[in-house]
Design a protein around this ligand. Structure first.
Ligand SMILES: Nc1ncnc2c1ncn2[C@@H]1O[C@H](COP(=O)(O)OP(=O)(O)OP(=O)(O)O)[C@@H](O)[C@H]1O
Ligand SMILES: [Mg+2]
Length: 226
């Protein structure tokens, strides 16, 4: 016994580190070949692996890429409670879609030398945090990811037109569900509650998102996922 206090728990393993499929890497290089600012959107159902894939893109491109999550536009928990929508947090009308669209417009047309700041969602705080993601004007690729990028409703309609390329992440549904349940448990839900939320509100959102795959440039299925 050394008397040293125990090491803190490591951060939850939210984003598995797996290499990007060569076919997707080729698409990235083609997208960037024209020069200037490009915006790639990654859509998909809850727990599909959007954030993981975005992190893979960022790891592949290094400083040439910044990830801007749609999740940053979650309404604050206090506001969801005020308007009575906390019980279906994650549904399209629990986000500030107009704010997200406005940010994408700013990101498409960066003023030289300026930094645009984006919010991020913090699961540990159950709230978004403003100004968490810095996007300098000279960063060639912005990757934005979230459930509703290709939804033509609830204020998200303009998003698709603001993307230079879109990918829809589509793992096998049983795998997606298992990962989603495990992640809810990691963030403190008891197993029964994790399953109930995944097969309740999350599943309703997954059904809403599924048909939007048809609007994507690429459906990233099991053949392209690690
Ligand atoms: N290719 C993969 N290999 C192993 N685990 C993965 C892979 N992709 C995703 N996961 C795991 O699945 C879970 C969900 O992934 P992720 O958080 O990327 O999904 P998401 O689509 O961003 O979810 P949400 O819609 O809730 O934000 C995470 O725990 C992640 O580590
Ligand atoms: Mg995510």
């Amino acid at each position: 016994m050394t008397g040293r206090p125990p090491a803190p728990d490591p951060a939850p393993a939210d984003h598995a580190v797996v290499p990007l499929a060569p076919a997707l890497e080729r698409r990235l290089h083609a997208l960037l070949a024209a020069g200037g600012r490009r915006v790639l959107g990654i859509a998909g159902a809850p727990g599909a692996g959007k954030s993981t894939l975005a992190a893979q893109v960022a790891a592949t491109l290094g400083g040439a890429c910044v990830v801007v999550p749609m999740d940053g536009f979650h309404l604050a928990q206090s506001e969801l409670e005020r308007i009575g929508r906390a019980d279906r947090k994650g549904a399209p009308d629990t986000f500030d879609a107009d704010g997200y669209v406005a940010l994408l417009r700013r990101l498409r047309d960066p003023a030289p030398g300026h930094v645009v700041y984006a919010p991020e969602y913090r699961r540990d705080l159950r709230n978004p945090v403003a100004g968490a993601v810095a996007v300098p004007a000279d960063v060639p690729l912005v990757v934005t990811e979230g459930n509703y990028l290709l939804l033509d409703d609830h204020g998200f309609g303009p998003v698709a037109g603001l993307l230079d390329e879109s990918w829809f992440v589509a793992p096998p549904d049983d795998l997606r569900l298992a990962r989603l349940v495990a992640r809810h448990e990691r963030y403190g839900k008891p197993p029964a509650a994790a399953l109930a939320w995944s097969t309740g509100p999350d599943a309703a959102n997954a059904r809403l998102v599924a048909p939007t795959a048809a609007r994507a440039d690429v459906v990233v299925g099991p053949d392209l996922l690690g």
